[in-house]
Design a protein around this ligand. Structure first.
Ligand SMILES: [Zn+2]
Length: 417
């Protein structure tokens, strides 16, 4: 790895800083102390409201009482100067219209620690410096290695594009040599690996924690992971670029909000509304993330993290929905549970064209056994039509479902408008 002397020195300083944070460090203690503590939330919430009001005062036509959304905040573009010690972030969004906002520099360190705090709730002897196998981020160009080691973070990267039977032995060696207990990646990547391990009757008993984020995580993924990594707890992390709220599943599989990070509320329309406590440079207040949930009563969880977030399941972005001919929305999770019962389907993607309305279903077949292809196609078409009504369904067999090159994610549902 080539890097200049100054970058190297900065990295060493940062590394020493991180290493000095033991599990009992101040920040970890703060996360733990404020977990499930609504008193902290309310006072911090009031402070946040005052701050946001001051920030928006110069733009009196913008009402913040109801909270903020992307479209409200877009109107601030150019009217808020970039604060010192902040970074500009752009997101493109599904409409392609860019959205610009600021985060304080400490946001990145905060994110770093927040993730590790989540992991530490699963592994009682978790150490900040322990190795982590990571199936994301590393996408090698032509002749580059499938593997990459980042000694700074102690991350052992495997290219998610190269999870295949051909590379399985190499990947297994890499995992074993890393001595990692933690496997991390998008659900689709970790699932791909787990499925491969299951096909080869390989069990990785030393893996104690599987961390997934950024994509829908469903029972197909969970079952494959449970059998390939029988001793692993699963931590599902939810967040957004805007960094307004962070949720995660505990070792009992229940959703908790990271109270020290931000306040989480659920709107009447079941959307996640977040107010960040760590971002004092941009007026996010009761910000509508557009991510939808299935709600449940909050309860005091026996994992010791206090109250749950009142979220039974995260259903995904509103652009993860498909439409019936009459315009009724159907969340992508409705298909997952049904499609998993069809024998022979390993992976799928539903692509909806709106005009004219139809569905193209791409499927990857599981190689393990033989089955009647026509029967399978008919069953899949029926499964989609049962939920979307009598619309045209084309089933296409493909070798793999392609990742979005920009986001690096695999979506189970795509809507072309
Ligand atoms: Zn819990």
């Amino acid at each position: 790895m080539h890097c200049s002397g100054r970058v190297m020195v900065n990295r060493i300083i940062a590394k020493l800083f991180y290493l000095s944070l033991s599990r009992n460090s101040l920040l970890f203690r703060k996360f733990r102390r404020y977990q499930g503590d609504s008193v902290f939330n309310d006072s911090e919430f009031a402070k946040c409201q005052k701050r946001v009001k001051a920030q928006l005062e110069a733009n009196s036509e913008i009402s913040f009482e109801q909270g903020t959304t992307k479209s409200v905040l877009r109107r601030l573009d150019g009217r808020i100067d970039k604060p010192f010690f902040s970074k500009e972030i752009y997101t493109s969004g599904s409409t392609g219209e860019p959205f610009k906002f600021f985060v304080p520099l400490r946001y990145f360190g905060f994110e770093w620690i927040a993730s590790r705090f989540m992991w530490s709730t699963h592994l009682s002897d978790y150490s900040l410096n322990e190795p982590v196998i990571t199936f994301r981020t590393h996408t090698p160009k032509n002749d580059q290695d499938v593997f990459k080691i980042d000694r700074f973070q102690n991350f052992y990267y495997v290219s998610p594009y190269h999870i295949s039977q051909l590379n399985l032995d190499k990947i297994l060696n890499f995992i074993i040599q890393s001595k990692s207990r933690i496997v991390r990646g998008y659900p689709s990547s970790v699932y791909l690996l787990a499925d491969l391990l299951n096909q080869n009757a390989v069990v990785l008993a030393d893996i104690r924690l599987v961390v997934v984020s950024s994509e829908m995580f469903d029972d197909i993924h969970r079952n494959a992971i449970n059998s390939a990594f029988p001793n692993a707890s699963i931590c599902n992390q939810y967040g957004q670029n805007e960094g307004v709220v962070a949720l995660f599943t505990c070792r009992h599989g229940k959703w908790h909000n990271l109270d020290y990070y931000g306040k989480c509320e659920i709107s009447d329309a079941n959307a996640i509304i977040g107010t960040p406590f760590h971002n004092k440079v941009y007026p996010f207040y009761k910000y509508n993330t557009g991510d939808l949930v299935e709600q449940e009563e909050k309860f005091n969880c026996s994992c010791g993290l206090g109250s749950t977030a009142g979220v039974k399941a995260i259903l995904g972005r509103s652009d993860d929905w498909l439409f019936k001919a009459d315009g009724t929305k159907v969340p992508s999770t409705n298909f997952t549970s049904a499609i998993k019962t069809i024998e022979g389907i390993k992976q799928y993607q539903l692509i909806q064209d709106i005009n004219p309305i139809k569905i193209r279903a791409l499927i990857v077949l599981s190689s393990s056994r033989s089955f009647n292809l026509e029967l399978l196609k008919g069953e899949l078409a029926r499964c989609v039509q049962n939920r979307l009504g009598k619309i045209q369904v084309e089933v296409e067999i493909v070798d793999e479902i392609l990742r979005n090159r920009k986001t690096n994610k695999i979506k189970t549902v795509i809507r072309n408008e």
